[in-house]
Design a protein around this ligand. Sequence first.
Ligand code: FAD
Length: 284
Amino acid sequence: MILQYQAAIIGGGPAGLQAALTLGRMHVETLVFDDVRYRNVSSSQMGNVLGWDGAAPAALRSAAHSELAAYPCVRIVQQRVDSVREEGSGLVLVTSDSEWSVERLLIASGVEDALLPIPGVHELWGDVVLPCPYCHGHEFASGPIAVISDGSHAEHVGGLLRGLSSTVPVIAPENVAAVTRSVAGVRIMLHDGGVTEVACVFIPPNPIPRSTLANDLGIRSGRDGIEVDALGRTNRVGVWAAGDVAKRADPRIPAAIITALASGLAAAADIAASVAIARDLPGS
Ligand SMILES: Cc1cc2nc3c(=O)[nH]c(=O)nc-3n(C[C@H](O)[C@H](O)[C@H](O)COP(=O)(O)OP(=O)(O)OC[C@H]3O[C@@H](n4cnc5c(N)ncnc54)[C@H](O)[C@@H]3O)c2cc1C
């Protein structure tokens, strides 16, 4: 089955949902594909999100879905896009049971984190082993906060955390045997037999894209994500990127919910403008 839509969004996280809202408000026929593997799924609380500070990430998504239900031109499909191919001036997205013909595409498929291979890190990720001091440091400020990292990441994150806690041990990853939950928060066991108790631990997130569809379309990307301009445009006309999968203008800007929302809005505004231009073309 082939269906024709003015725009499609791959990813129903903050970037994709905000883009869907903007496109819905501009009456652009929009599909949102989401296979629900959100980056922050292991965290029970969000921090540094104005209006939602301390709320559950699922609460924001659920509110977004309720709001989007008021826009009949937006359809959310809870399926993975398995592949994409060019057809004429548009694209065909392939899911397990359908093919969807779309004129424009926003890639908002997010990233996953290749975590340090230290026993316990995966289990505690998003809870007391954390990526971002802006998102979670404040809640643990009454206790020691460790950084398991080295190089410039350890310097940068350690420097930020010293504004929150008076005790910020920085431990090289190769010295750590395991981390476990403890009454204080986290127990760090070292290879030399030493033990450090802290309220929480920060590690480098090491993000990698959740989807390789951009590569299949020949879209330029690097270690920091898909290359985009300020409007989220990629090097391929008709394809935009937003959220964590897109390269930020400056790596010091946090990859966070607010920045994902903002980039989703910017890309969607440009998509809506391109729909308007196409509508006004002679003969259309
Ligand atoms: C542990 C942790 C905690 C965090 N806590 C905070 C916090 O407290 N505050 C804050 O501001 N930020 C926080 N962040 C950062 C925040 O989660 C991200 O910046 C934000 O989720 C990025 O939004 P996104 O829409 O780009 O991607 P995501 O939220 O990851 O959403 C992308 C969606 O696209 C889907 N997808 C991918 N490929 C496909 C495909 N082929 N077909 C269909 N769907 C697909 C994914 O399954 C996913 O559902 C945290 C990050 C981590 C790792």
